[in-house]
Design a protein around this ligand. Structure first.
Ligand SMILES: CC(=O)N[C@H]1[C@@H](OP(=O)(O)OP(=O)(O)OC[C@H]2O[C@@H](n3ccc(=O)[nH]c3=O)[C@H](O)[C@@H]2O)O[C@H](CO)[C@@H](O)[C@@H]1O[C@H](C)C(=O)N[C@@H](C)C(=O)N[C@H](CCC(=O)O)C(=O)O
Ligand SMILES: Nc1ncnc2c1ncn2[C@@H]1O[C@H](COP(=O)(O)OP(=O)(O)OP(=O)(O)O)[C@@H](O)[C@H]1O
Length: 498
């Protein structure tokens, strides 16, 4: 595309002397990703001002810069186009340069504090089961209609706008008709999904998280509610108190409830089995018996959300119910480790907020005959410190024994995090915990001590492939650790053989 055409599409004036015929290839916010023909968008971030990297971007081939105004003393050797908001301009330019791929797709966006990844994976599976070539952009990576999981260059739930647009472009180029996009609150606040034409917004729930970034619950809600405001149709959770405020914002809506609230889509006769969930789904289009091969009662809500969203995209109820029964699950979300006779049940789960841990342990308790154990830590570094004590409280209230351990403590002293978690437990009057800093040892301790009727939940890491310990990042495989701990337990039980 020519620079003059890009400027016109963004409603910007080219500065004097700029050549409108300059070929533009792409847009980037990150100077060291710039290549020949790119437009560099200089974002004033929370840490640094992108204007400081103009020289770097130009040296790599950037042909123009967009920004909110050149700071004193900074020069720009290529045309500088002034914009009102740099992140908005980044998203708009990225969408224009990618040819507005979302307009060629039915796009379902999923937001909420918990359940986004599971609901996104469910929606993608239901669409594909109905024969619709579907792409996915989610915390676990992205998929084209071939279903192969790919990783964008940086690990985000929702990457920055240029990556979002390029991934949607790739989906269109691979004949996708539908896309499911997980939209984090950071993405909505920082305009990463501006320029995505959402057909359906799915709302899971809202509880306190990321307040270090959003400041207040009200701001967190306001940021997340942007998805509902922007989509043509919203699927809202009648069990979530915030939905009352969302209803008037949605141009058109479907509500759902897994907890008996009045709603368009609701679940009755819920039975939690040791390996699946069974319920009757009631909808304005009729009722049907549903089986979801997952545990965790909250997955009934995720299933309803996904079904109602995919139904809004045109898939009939019978196909949804058929698709649900073949859902393969999501790695690291209520994922059960294979077990042999005499082994405790070991579950790897990603719950890392106090409310999601509360719900995860409550639901696992229903199918646990013996004691319930949980191994849990809390992240350090830039992550929200206010959840550490509540996590300690929830873990010791909901489990019979809690093992506090490391979870990506980064440059925060691990002892400080563990002390906070212990404080949360102690202040609630409980002492059913032990702290074991090394995560592998903590897992071996819980799995080794648990009886065959017990369940051990390894919470917080889910499918993450690394563990950030001080300045070190070590490879990590929580399910592999679970298997190894069970193997060590069997060996111990077998005793010396010679
Ligand atoms: C809190 C947050 O989301 N911050 C994002 C924000 O950072 P920032 O405002 O501090 O940016 P900055 O570092 O000051 O940089 C300003 C500009 O200079 C550019 N720059 C900077 C340095 C350099 O060498 N060259 C360069 O060009 C940057 O690309 C940026 O455009 O803008 C940056 C890029 O524009 C993002 O990389 C950064 O994500 C950080 C790394 C991050 O960790 N984000 C996480 C919390 C996040 O987004 N998480 C959500 C999921 C959350 C959840 O639900 O769990 C997600 O969607 O993944
Ligand atoms: N609807 C729900 N309500 C509460 N907790 C849930 C719900 N769905 C899943 N969870 C819990 O939250 C954990 C994370 O689930 P999931 O990855 O689907 O959510 P997410 O919103 O994508 O989280 P993240 O953004 O941190 O990846 C699960 O392992 C489970 O314990």
């Amino acid at each position: 595309m020519r620079l003059g055409d890009l400027a016109a599409a963004l409603d910007l004036e080219l500065p004097a002397g700029a050549d409108p015929a300059t070929e533009v290839r792409g847009a980037t916010h990150q100077a060291d990703w710039a290549g020949p023909g790119d437009v560099f968008v200089a974002v004033r971030g929370a840490r640094v001002d992108g204007h400081g990297f103009i020289a770097d971007a130009v040296e790599r081939g950037a042909v123009a810069v967009l920004g909110e105004g050149l700071p004193d003393g900074v020069t720009c050797p290529v045309p500088y186009l002034r914009v009102a908001g740099a992140r908005a301009a980044l998203a708009d330019a990225a969408s224009v340069l990618a040819g507005h791929p979302s307009r060629g797709l039915t796009v379902l966006g999923v937001t909420g504090t918990d359940g986004k990844t599971t609901t996104s994976a469910l929606a993608r599976h239901l669409l594909r089961s109905a024969g619709r070539p579907t792409g996915l952009l989610s915390t676990i990576g992205y998929e084209l209609p071939d279903g192969v999981l790919r990783q964008p260059p940086t690990h985000f739930t929702t990457p920055e706008a240029p990556q979002v647009q390029q991934i949607l472009r790739e989906m269109v180029d691979h004949a996708a008709t539908d896309a499911v996009v997980e939209a984090s609150s950071h993405a909505l606040a920082l305009d990463r999904v501006r320029g995505v034409d959402f057909d359906v917004a799915i709302w899971t729930n809202l509880t306190g998280e990321h307040l270090d970034f959003h400041g207040t619950m009200e701001q967190y809600f306001a940021d997340k509610s942007l998805l509902v405001q922007r989509a043509r149709h919203a699927v809202l959770n009648a069990d979530d108190p915030w939905t009352t405020q969302l209803l008037p914002m949605a141009p058109s809506r479907t509500t759902y409830s897994a907890e008996g609230q009045p709603a368009d889509w609701w679940a009755g006769d819920v039975v939690e089995g040791p390996d699946d969930l069974r319920f009757t789904v009631h909808t304005p289009a009729g009722s049907a018996a549903a089986v979801l091969p997952m545990i965790g009662r909250f997955n009934v809500a995720n299933a309803l959300a996904a079904m109602a969203g995919v139904h809004a995209a045109g898939v009939p109820l019978a196909e949804l119910v058929a698709g649900l029964a073949t859902f393969p699950g999501v790695p690291g979300r209520m994922e059960m480790c294979e077990r042999r006779d005499g082994d405790p049940r070991v579950i790897v789960d990603f719950a890392h907020t106090p409310p999601s841990l509360d719900k995860a342990l409550a639901t696992v308790r229903v199918t646990t005959e013996g004691r319930l154990w949980v191994v849990i830590g809390s992240a350090g570094g830039p992550r929200d410190p206010s959840k550490r004590a509540p996590l300690g409280e929830v873990a010791t209230r909901m489990a019979d024994v809690a093992v506090f351990t490391e979870e990506d403590h980064r440059d925060t002293p691990l002892a400080d995090i563990l002390t906070e978690m212990e404080r949360g437990a102690r202040e609630a009057g409980r002492s059913n915990y032990v702290s074991i800093g090394d995560r592998r040892e903590a897992i071996r301790h819980a799995v080794g001590q648990a009886g065959p009727q017990d369940t051990v939940v390894l919470a917080g890491k889910g499918p993450e492939a690394t563990l950030e310990r001080d300045t070190e990042t070590i490879p990590w495989d929580e399910m592999g650790e679970a298997r190894a701990a069970l193997a060590a337990r069997r060996e111990q039980d077998a005793g010396p053989t010679a």
